[in-house]
Design a protein around this ligand. Structure first.
Ligand SMILES: Cc1cc2nc3c(=O)[nH]c(=O)nc-3n(C[C@H](O)[C@H](O)[C@H](O)COP(=O)(O)OP(=O)(O)OC[C@H]3O[C@@H](n4cnc5c(N)ncnc54)[C@H](O)[C@@H]3O)c2cc1C
Length: 443
């Protein structure tokens, strides 16, 4: 039996960051990853990086096959760098194996049937999440029915793509495949696009996606998939309608990856969604076992995983004051065309919470930089507390919004009033100067 100071299950964003941090402290670390193609985790191999490389190439006119090849090269390079950065450390042993708990302190690692037991005082679960396959009848396992992972492995662009699910992944893939030239139909159970976003922004998003050739089927569920003789598939919808496509993407969410982890042999507890229950410092019900990243539930973002690693390092080596509850104003972006970014509350949400508000609004067509880059699409909106002048939230649909949103997040964290962003001297012509106008609202 091998003994380590720390055992990390999953070479994901949180796991690899904790491994490097513990190694710096001189801890003897075992890092177990079941899939050699996943060194570095979901983000660099099958999620953020490959999708955004494809989004970029689609918008720059690269043919699909070439874009897939470039994406593969980028992923391979990053995977190699990630592996080397940890495997090259004396303190870290990387095991290519599947981990399964035998007890609170012992984990079996299985390398193609060769099993050994590893013991560690501290164990970190970072096993991520996996695509949910919805309960659709018929040929749901047909070769042209994909998840986000497998669709990006195809070398041929589907002529017609049906996307089931209109969350961030469904929207990004719809936009991306439309940019390569697929005819895309998006199927959503909601009665409108982006129900949690500002209504005016959501309708702008729909307008631009429709202008890109994407069709929408709202208030329906895909109920049956039928493979047809000519290789295409037919989706039957709950309202009796049908969509015929050459490929189907199932984008109906991702669930915590706990299956086969042997948690039943431990005191670790899970919630009703299969997420591992943790306290504010990310420790599970068992002392010394932590859960980080997607597997613990909550927002599924790489930067949340990174922050989880900081929380755990703080708990182990500092005062433990950095917690899950101290995270504030977490922004997010959806990389459609143009991109959408959001932080804090929409006007409707702020009013529902009892705030008296002021709203700033800027159509991108009125912004000089938009004319420089010849992209006049989009709308920026901001919500301000009338009483204090503090920014409550912003929804930015337009060029560079995933970068700009971080500035608004910082202003919110610093508790400055909206006039701080309004009165800044920004250089020119850039998108940031949009804040001079967006926040030009009278108190
Ligand atoms: C298509 C897509 C696009 C996305 N785009 C973005 C984006 O633009 N920005 C963003 O911030 N987030 C994005 N996300 C979300 C982001 O990728 C995840 O939130 C993040 O990667 C989760 O990281 P993690 O730390 O939980 O672990 P992960 O990176 O998921 O790593 C978990 C690892 O554990 C391994 N593992 C699982 N079980 C075992 C076991 N029993 N034994 C050994 N190893 C095991 C897995 O193989 C995997 O490598 C996207 C997700 C998807 C699917």
């Amino acid at each position: 039996m091998q003994q380590f100071d720390a055992l990390i299950i999953g070479f994901g964003k949180a796991g690899k960051t904790v491994a490097a941090g513990l190694a710096k402290k001189g801890w003897k670390v075992a890092l177990v990853e079941k899939d050699e193609e996943m060194y570095g985790g979901t983000c660099i191999n099958i999620a953020c990086i490959p999708t955004k490389a494809l989004v970029h190439d689609g918008l720059h006119g690269k043919p699909y096959q070439e874009a897939i090849e470039r994406k593969n090269a980028v992923v391979e390079k990053l995977r190699g760098k990630n592996y080397a950065s940890l495997a090259g450390l004396d303190e870290v042993t990387v095991f290519h194996a599947t981990a399964r708990f035998l007890s609170d302190k012992e984990v079996e690692i299985d390398r193609d049937g060769t099993k050994e037991t590893v013991k560690a005082k501290h164990i970190f679960i970072n096993t991520g999440a996996e695509s949910i396959i919805p309960p659709i009848k018929g040929d749901v396992n047909a070769e042209n029915v994909y998840t986000s992972t497998t669709l990006m492995e195809t070398k041929e662009l589907p002529e017609r793509l049906a996307v089931v699910g209109a969350g961030p992944i469904g929207l990004e893939f719809a936009s991306m495949y439309a940019s390569f030239g697929s005819e895309v139909t998006l199927i959503s159970p909601d009665d409108a696009l982006l129900p949690d976003e500002d209504e005016e922004i959501a309708s702008e998003v729909q307008k631009e996606m429709e202008a890109a050739g994407i069709s929408f089927e709202f208030s329906v569920k895909a109920e049956r998939i039928e493979k047809r003789e000519n290789g295409s598939v037919r989706l039957s919808l709950s309202d009796g309608g049908q969509v015929t496509a050459d490929a189907v993407l199932l984008a109906t969410g991702r669930k915590p990856n706990t299956e086969g982890l042997g948690l039943e042999n431990t005191g670790v507890q899970m919630d009703d969604h299969g997420a591992i229950k943790v306290n504010a410092n990310l420790e599970t019900a068992v002392e010394g076992i932590y859960a980080l990243g997607d597997v613990k539930g909550g927002p599924q973002f790489t930067y949340i995983s990174l922050d989880d690693s900081r929380i755990v390092m703080d708990a182990l080596f500092k005062d433990g004051k950095r917690t899950r509850d101290s995270r504030s104003n977490v922004p997010y972006s959806i990389f459609i065309d143009p991109p959408l970014a959001r932080v804090g509350l929409t006007a409707r949400q702020a009013e529902a919470q009892g705030f008296a508000i002021m709203e700033g609004s800027l159509e991108i067509v009125a912004h000089p930089k938009a004319h420089v880059i010849d992209d006049l699409r989009g709308l920026f909106k901001a919500v301000v507390d009338k009483k204090t002048g503090h920014i409550l939230g912003a929804s930015l649909f337009g060029p560079s919004s995933p970068e700009l949103i971080n500035l608004i997040k910082m202003a919110m964290d610093l508790d400055v009033t909206y006039t701080f962003l309004r009165d800044q001297i920004y250089n020119h012509p850039v998108m940031t100067e949009a804040f001079n106008t967006l926040f030009d609202i009278e108190k």
